[in-house]
Design a protein around this ligand. Structure first.
Ligand code: HEM
Ligand code: HEM
Length: 415
């Protein structure tokens, strides 16, 4: 004899998976929100997604082992439509997590499973184009589920219950017979939907990440970097004479912005990232034999940050990183220069970034050919000293504290 409901485990799993999928779709839509809990949301999304895949295989196993309740009498087309929709659900219950898994396998970043283990990457090419294909499919299936399949499925279940007054709902909620409306068992479907929706909207909803909080603004600089000098820096280490130097005309330079590059490189969870800033202004008065009067001030438009990924660039602009809404520029200014070897110098200046000013030494090489100067400089900054990377991005295990800076500039002497 066939049972009147799905077996207990299949029923529990139906509601658990249904809740998790609704939760995951709402969470998925919040993955792009720019706040300090974004990484936690993404990692939770990946872990729960893999869990849904495992639970689906379990559910399918149970479906094969235990017989389903008998079909209630209904029009043939209805029975076929119900069967197709149910098969469709099993397909998307696998396709949804699988496309997510394939998508994240296109990057070298580890795929977490609730911090317990890391899920292996699927063998797919590590390319942005492949990522975007899987992302598109992932998004499309989610829309089909939430705007098509679930409303149809729920409407059909309610129609069977209230219009046809048959036992279909009882298949999934034992004891939810068509008769009484006031039955505590309604708590199962309603509670599942309410809990999934509530958690989807509110879990890991952090206030927009603050600019480096006040504590880090006033925190002492790391040992590698001395505090900002209270008094203005000496103008130069190389002075022409002990007495007051005669005013000299220092060469002014006009930077070729089209070829100039202010770049950085770092990594995120093992994935190498390199980028730069497309917009900057530079006031350069520099003469290798007149270091005492030389002066450089570079103003970088932080919103022009680019790292080869629009989504990541939006994150870099948000309050967790540069917070371009409150501080639009970073300024590097140097009035003290030392010569190390022929054609090699160090600019001892201050970098103001994210509202924090710290001394920075920038070693650079300079080649002057007639009126054209080519400058190339490399250094490393401690991002934590500037409060860049807060909330989920504070941890130096996912983003190292040291960020490599690479500058190449060509400039023309102004007559
Ligand atoms: C994303 C969410 C959901 C998924 C993936 C899902 C999936 C499924 C699947 C695959 C079946 C067929 C079971 C089988 O024959 O093995 C089923 C049956 C059923 N589902 Fe859902 N479901 C979801 C949400 C809901 C909701 C919100 C309700 C009600 C409010 C509901 C009520 C039912 C009922 C009553 C059945 C039994 C149908 C029958 O025996 O003919 N489901 N569901
Ligand atoms: C039940 C399973 C899943 C559901 C219902 C689901 C749902 C969603 C939804 C609705 C989005 C937003 C799509 C958009 O607006 O573009 C999304 C994005 C995303 N999902 Fe899933 N997902 C699931 C499983 C997974 C899994 C297993 C992974 C990875 C292991 C994953 C990784 C991602 C990533 C990385 C994004 C962000 C894509 C981007 O904006 O770059 N998902 N997911």
């Amino acid at each position: 004899m066939k049972p009147s409901t799905y077996n207990l485990f299949s029923r529990y799993l139906h509601w658990l998976i249904a809740g998790l999928i609704i939760f995951m779709i709402i969470l998925g839509w919040r993955l792009g929100d720019q706040d300090s809990s974004r990484l936690s949301r993404i990692n939770l999304h990946k872990s729960v997604g893999i869990l849904v895949l495992l639970l689906t295989f379990l559910r399918l196993g149970l479906r094969l082992v235990y017989p389903a309740p008998p079909e209630v009498p209904m029009a043939k087309w209805q029975a076929i439509a119900a069967k197709l929709l149910h098969i469709g659900f099993y397909v998307v219950m696998i396709a949804m997590p699988l496309t997510g898994w394939l998508m994240v396998s296109t990057s070298v970043r580890p795929i977490p499973f609730f911090g317990l283990l890391t899920v292996p990457h699927l063998p797919v090419p590590q390319s942005r184009a492949v990522h975007d294909v899987f992302e598109g499919v992932h998004d499309m299936i989610a829309k089909i589920i939430i705007f098509g399949m679930v409303p149809l499925h729920v409407a059909a279940a309610l129609k069977h219950h209230f219009v046809d007054k048959d036992a279909v709902f009882n298949h999934m909620v034992s004891g939810l017979t068509p008769k009484p409306l006031l039955n505590w068992r309604w708590a199962i479907p309603l509670g599942t939907i309410a809990l999934a929706t509530g958690l989807g909207f509110f879990l890991f909803r952090a206030p927009a990440a603050k600019v480096a909080d006040k504590a880090s603004l006033t925190a002492p600089a790391p040992a590698s970097q001395s505090a900002v000098p209270a008094t203005p820096e000496p103008l130069a280490t190389v002075s022409t004479s002990a007495s007051k130097p005669a005013p000299v005309q220092i060469t002014k330079w006009k930077v070729d912005k089209a070829t100039g590059r202010i770049g950085f490189s770092t990594s995120f969870e093992g994935e190498a990232i390199s980028g730069g800033f497309g917009q900057f202004e530079a006031d350069i008065d520099f003469q290798p034999d007149q270091l005492a009067g030389s002066h450089v001030r570079v103003t970088i438009d932080l919103a022009s940050v680019h790292s080869g990924d629009d989504d990541r660039d939006a994150t870099l602009r948000n309050p967790s990183f540069f917070d371009t809404a409150s501080a639009t520029t970073a300024i590097f200014e140097a009035r003290r220069f030392t010569k190390t070897t022929e054609g090699h110098f160090i600019a001892h200046g201050n970098l103001t970034l994210h509202g924090i000013k710290r001394p920075i030494d920038l070693p650079f090489s300079l080649k002057i050919d007639g009126k054209i100067a080519t400058m190339s400089g490399q250094t490393a900054l401690d991002r934590t000293a500037f409060g860049v990377g807060s909330g989920d991005y504070e941890s130096t295990s996912s983003i190292p504290a040291k960020v490599a800076i690479d500058i190449h500039i060509t400039a023309k002497a102004i007559d």
